[in-house]
Design a protein around this ligand. Structure first.
Ligand code: GDP
Ligand code: MG
Length: 302
């Protein structure tokens, strides 16, 4: 450790519209897959902490559901309200905000996210993600000029969270915005969430990735059993859907879909937890759960 510069530590909210790569960025900085990702908007439903520890300091990232306009069928639901609430609530007490956008794209929802951060009165670091997808790199400069016009950023970083490019200099600038303080978490801690919670999320990740169209939004997971059996974890999970017809789709012909979901999720769990996992899954129906505040609470949505 460099003894000349002080140790810094603090928390940073990761904000942006759905699907820009907030969770991918959080995972890349933490160095482990603690936050689920998919190419579908609204994959992240819960606020969660990612703890990134470096010799020079510790950054506690608050990953959030994407801020989105309250419009359309999904956005009018109770789930949508809960998610926007979680994103805004993430700003309480943070030292800075990371505004994540996609290279080459700025729209109304990006403006909404910027305004939420700037109203909070914290320094905003602009993270221009997915630069690996830019075919014409020279387009970055005019884009940068466009998005920074009339807006105030403490720093601007083009990165690829997926390819882990540009993260070192981003880390350095973020640390510089944090107060001089000892680390808040132990060196080997990577999140505030329990393995039990993460197990449910890893199943939900497969639901987001493997189910077509609207179905992912009608599903959630609940861990009914989480026990240690010697070196092994025994996990029993319920996948909740809203209708019988959806249950049939999740299970698939001869149970193939459910088997695939379970086996992919189990492999991810074994990787993250570093032990063998025995996973059992069931699919059950609870009508209208995603628009029912009581059901949402029961399923762990704050
Ligand atoms: P979030 O909704 O903002 O948390 O977005 P996710 O982290 O779930 O990512 C959304 C999608 O974008 C996923 O399919 C990611 O693999 C993809 N993605 C994230 N970062 C990058 C990146 O740097 N480059 C590319 N090409 N894709 C990315
Ligand atoms: Mg996310």
């Amino acid at each position: 450790m460099n003894t000349n510069s002080p140790h810094r530590s603090g928390s940073v909210a990761v904000i942006g519209r759905p699907n820009v790569g907030k969770s991918t960025l959080t995972n890349a900085l933490v160095g482990a897959k603690i936050s689920i990702t998919s190419n579908r908007p609204q994959t992240t439903r819960h606020r969660l902490l990612g703890i990134a520890t470096f010799p020079a300091g510790q950054i506690v990232l608050v990953d959030t559901p994407g801020l989105h306009k309250q419009q359309g069928k999904f956005s009018a639901s109770a789930m949508s309200r809960v998610m926007n609430r979680a994103a805004r609530g993430a700003l309480e007490g943070v030292d800075a905000g990371l505004l994540v956008i996609e290279a080459g794209r700025w729209d109304e929802e990006d403006t909404l996210a910027y305004n939420v951060l700037s109203d909070a009165g914290i320094p905003v670091v602009l993270v221009i993600n997915k630069v690996d997808r830019l075919r014409d790199k020279s387009a970055l400069l005019p884009f940068l000029a466009q998005v920074s016009d009339g807006r105030e950023f403490a720093a601007i970083h083009p990165v690829s969270a997926l390819k882990k490019n540009g993260l070192e200099s981003l880390t350095k600038d973020v640390l510089a915005l944090l107060p001089e303080a000892p680390p808040m978490f132990g060196e080997d801690e990577i999140t505030d969430r329990s393995e039990r919670f993460l197990a449910g999320e890893l199943i939900r990740e497969q639901l987001m990735r493997q189910l077509g169209a609207e179905l992912p939004y009608a599903t959630t997971t609940e861990i009914e059993r989480f026990t240690e059996d010697g070196e092994m974890l025994r996990i029993g999970a319920v996948i909740w859907v809203e209708r019988e017809s959806q249950k049939a789709i999740v299970i698939g012909k001869g149970g193939t879909r459910l088997k695939e979901i379970g086996s992919k999720a189990r492999m991810q769990m074994e990787h993250l937890f570093g032990r063998k996992v025995f996973l059992e899954t069931w699919v059950r129906v609870r009508e209208g759960w995603s628009d029912d505040e009581t059901a949402l609470k029961a399923f762990g949505y704050e």
